[in-house]
Design a protein around this ligand. Structure first.
Ligand code: ADP
Length: 290
């Protein structure tokens, strides 16, 4: 089976500075590094490292070849990614000072210029029961989700970065919603209904070091406690969880085992610095759970 992940691909530019610049100030950086980023790319890498055949669907600009090479090196099939010469790849400018304080700007670039025809062509290969995983950093999410659910795929929406309206628009075309505890509370309040009444089969709520909950219609809820680890960088934990969960479900694991794998992978991920490159592979997760 296959996990199709429709989502963002960013170039993350990290600039290390002695301090963050004040308005109007110009500062020279101490260091610069680039990394693969974007929630879509992170979740694809997490799914691929968890052993799922993973096909990324998305768009990069004329400067995107390097990020596609990194994605491919991490095990993700990029045949479904459109490269647009008239745009730049989405990118984040991340300034970090010596105290660890940061300031980030994001330019969505090609992430917000998706091509529905290209997605349709890629999904022509999909089989009944394959998974489509998507997030909220592109355009065309409801259209892609509707297309996928119509073809019999299981659609998992990782509702981040969270927006009530974006979530409301995509819910009719999802089987599963994955979101963190703060987002879950905001959604429940905005829609004025408890999570178990949301019009979606399954809601998975991640709760940081308190683990995660699986809330499915007509079944008792499942709580999976987090594994006790020393977290050094929790960036990307939610992406690691969502990608690993999709891979486990794609492999046919039942809910409790899938939640356990996702919780274990995310626990390992927070013990490392970085996002995509810090996603643990299936062997590391198996050894951790042994
Ligand atoms: P997000 O990054 O989207 O806010 P969470 O903070 O809820 O998501 O983290 C996602 C998952 O990562 C959690 O459900 C948990 O399994 C794991 N996780 C996050 N922080 C920790 C931690 N400090 N220790 C162990 N596991 C963690």
């Amino acid at each position: 089976m296959t996990v199709y992940c429709f989502g963002s691909i960013n170039i993350d530019h990290f600039y290390r500075l002695p301090r963050l610049p004040a308005p109007g100030e110009t500062l020279a950086v101490l260091d610069h590094a680039t990394g693969l980023g974007g929630k879509g790319a992170n979740q694809s890498v997490a799914a691929a490292r968890a052993s799922a055949r993973t096909v990324h669907l998305g768009a990069v600009g004329r400067d995107g070849a390097g990020m596609l090479e990194r994605l491919a090196a991490l095990g993700v099939d990029c045949a479904g990614v459109v490269q647009r010469d008239d745009m730049v790849t989405g990118h984040a400018v991340i300034m970090v000072d010596d105290a660890g304080e940061n300031s980030i700007v994001i330019h969505p670039g090609a992430n917000r210029a998706q091509d529905l025809g290209a997605v349709q062509a890629a999904l022509a290969q999909a089989a009944l029961g394959d998974i489509l995983l998507l997030q909220n950093e592109t355009d065309l999410q409801p259209e892609v989700a509707e297309l996928a659910i119509g073809k019999g795929l299981e659609v998992i929406y990782s509702a981040a970065p969270f927006e009530v309206e974006a979530t409301r628009a995509i819910l009719p075309f999802c089987n599963m919603l994955v979101l963190n505890a703060v987002e879950a509370a905001q959604l429940s309040e905005a829609l004025d209904m408890p999570l178990e009444d949301l019009p979606v089969e399954t809601v998975v709520v991640t709760r940081g070091s308190d683990g995660a909950d699986w809330i499915a219609r007509g079944a008792p809820p499942i709580h999976m406690p987090a594994f006790a680890v020393t977290a050094v960088d929790t960036t990307g934990a939610g992406d690691c969880f969502a990608g690993t969960l999709a891979a486990a479900l794609d492999a046919g694991l039942p809910p409790t085992d899938s939640m356990r794998r996702a919780t274990a992978a995310a626990a390992l991920q927070v013990t490392q610095h970085g996002t995509a490159e810090a996603m643990p592979d299936a062997d590391a997760v198996a050894a951790f759970l042994a």
